[in-house]
Every structure is written in structure tokens, then in C-alpha cells.
Design a protein around this ligand. Structure first.
Ligand SMILES: [Zn+2]
Ligand SMILES: [Zn+2]
Length: 276
């Protein structure tokens, strides 16, 4: 069977009540839909040990390390600390990081320089560790792309996760050595510009994700999201590109392991079937 990768999910935040609180239930549901590998993305340093333990136990799971641009409560990392944490073989990326001017406003006291400084530390950590970046960009396109350029992020590259911009922005991200990851938003009828991006995207530069438990795709819109639903994202893109979802799965899985080579190295689990 074809295997999909959910390139961005928050497994520690899933609503696991349908499976008596067991993550294995959600992962089994995903396997039934052909989803066999999961990049569980870090939001803060406080929960990071829990994520790492998850990945150490289950070779289908890789993790990233970083602090989300909206996170205000936890510890502030510097590049040095992130590099040290990223030395674990299960850590395949730095993030999620970036800029979010939607939930944090420039007009607030002191402005948002703290967010940009945090972002710079993450870029430095990616360059120092050689692990690619997972970028969260919301209502902050120009500053995000500017900082990536200024800090030389193209040296390591990475992924623009949950991409929602138009083709012009997508092209600029591609030129900076960032792949584009599509989430359930591409299944929404209203997402016309994003559907155009999915049509035009070079096949070897796209990834798929759920961002579960957030942003459930059609037909689960408004309900809790699960990694299994990345299949809907792949089906939606396949329809836009006049192909089969299996072809999208094969391509995006290959892209994922090329973009995150550390994931290819830690992929040991016997149940894994290579799409080739
Ligand atoms: Zn995000
Ligand atoms: Zn996320």
C-alpha cells in the first residue's frame, strides 16, 4: 500500500478520547488510510521531552525542536540550546518558528521585536545543526521572507508549513530553498488562490500535512483533526492536478525524506513499506 507522511502534526495535543486516550489508536487509524510516518512538531520547550520520548519509542514518529512564534508562557531558547537539543537522532528539524502578526500584534507594548529575535535564533540553530526549518508564517509575509534572506536561511532551507499564500509568494519561498506544505485548507472551497498554487507547484517541492489537531480538512471541517486525514489533503491535490492520490502520496513522501534526511536515517520500523 502507498504510504503518506503527515509532515506536520501535534501528536501530544490530539483529542484521543475515541481510543481511550491511547495515541496508538490515532496512529492505527492513520495506518488504515495509508499514513505511515509522522513529524510531530514542537511548540515549546516544556513539552519537548514528552515529544522526544514519543519518537524514541516509536520509529514511525520524528520530532522537531523549537518554540512557536505565538508562545508567550514558556522558556526562551537561544541558538546554542536548540543546537544541543537537536543533536538527538529523532530530531529532524528546527521549529516551528517564523512570524505570526495575526495573533500577536505589532502595536502591542514594545512591538514584536521579541518574535523576530526568536526567529533569528531558530535560523542560527538550523544553520548550526544542519537541520532544516519548519516555518509558520501568518500575516507576516514580507518580514518572514526578509528575515529568512537576511539570516541566510537558504543555506539549510526547510518547509513553509500550512501554506496559505498565493503563487507569487510561493515562488519566492521556493527560490529561498523552502518547500511548500499543504494542509486541510487546500480542501476548502474558498481557498481559490491556494488551489492555484497546488496546481502550479513543481511536483518535487510539495509536502502534505494535517497540523492536527487544528484545521481539519473537508469533510471533517470544524471537528478535531487527526493525522489520518492527510489522505484528504492528498486526494484534494490529486484532483487539482488531474492525477491519483497514490501518485501524490509517493511524490510527497519522497520529497519529505529528501528534505529531512535525518528522518530517512531514523526510519527503521519493519512495518514501514517504502513507496518505491
Ligand atoms: Zn503553525
Ligand atoms: Zn503546527
Amino acid at each position: 500500500m502507498t504510504t503518506l507522511v503527515d509532515s506536520h502534526c501535534h501528536l501530544d495535543r490530539l483529542d484521543l478520547s475515541p481510543w481511550d486516550g491511547e495515541l496508538d489508536g490515532a496512529l492505527a487509524q492513520a495506518m488504515e488510510q495509508g499514513v505511515g510516518y509522522f513529524l510531530c512538531v514542537s511548540i515549546d520547550l516544556e513539552h519537548y521531552p514528552e515529544l522526544l520520548a514519543m519518537a524514541q519509542k516509536d520509529p514511525r514518529i520524528a520530532v522537531s525542536v523549537g518554540v512557536h512564534p505565538n508562545e508567550r508562557k514558556g522558556r526562551e531558547p537561544d541558538a546554542e540550546e536548540l543546537i544541543a537539543l537537536a543533536a538527538q537522532p529523532q530530531v529532524v528539524a528546527i521549529g516551528e518558528t517564523g512570524l505570526d502578526y495575526f495573533r500577536c500584534k505589532e502595536g502591542e507594548e514594545g512591538g514584536l521585536e521579541w518574535q523576530r529575535e526568536r526567529f533569528r535564533q531558530h535560523i542560527a540553530a538550523a544553520k548550526g545543526s544542519g537541520k532544516p526549518l519548519i516555518i509558520h508564517m501568518r500575516d507576516a509575509t514580507e518580514d518572514t521572507l526578509r528575515l529568512l534572506r537576511e539570516e541566510g536561511a537558504d543555506e539549510v532551507g526547510g518547509v513553509m508549513h500550512c501554506f496559505v499564500e498565493d503563487w507569487a509568494v510561493a515562488k519566492r519561498a521556493l527560490d529561498l530553498n523552502f518547500d511548500i506544505s499543504f494542509s486541510g485548507i487546500v480542501t476548502f472551497n474558498s481557498a481559490k488562490a491556494l488551489k492555484e498554487v497546488a496546481r502550479k507547484m513543481p511536483a518535487e517541492r510539495m509536502l502534505v500535512e494535517t497540523d492536527a489537531p487544528y484545521l481539519a480538512p473537508v469533510p471533517h471541517r470544524g471537528k478535531p483533526n487527526y493525522p489520518a486525514y492527510v489522505r484528504h489533503v492528498a486526494e484534494s491535490i490529486a484532483q487539482l492536478r488531474n492525477t491519483q492520490w497514490e501518485a501524490i502520496a509517493e511524490q510527497t513522501t519522497e520529497n519529505f525524506f529528501r528534505r529531512f534526511p535525518a528522518a530517512a536515517r531514523s526510519r527503521l520500523q519493519p512495518a514501514w513499506r517504502d513507496p518505491r
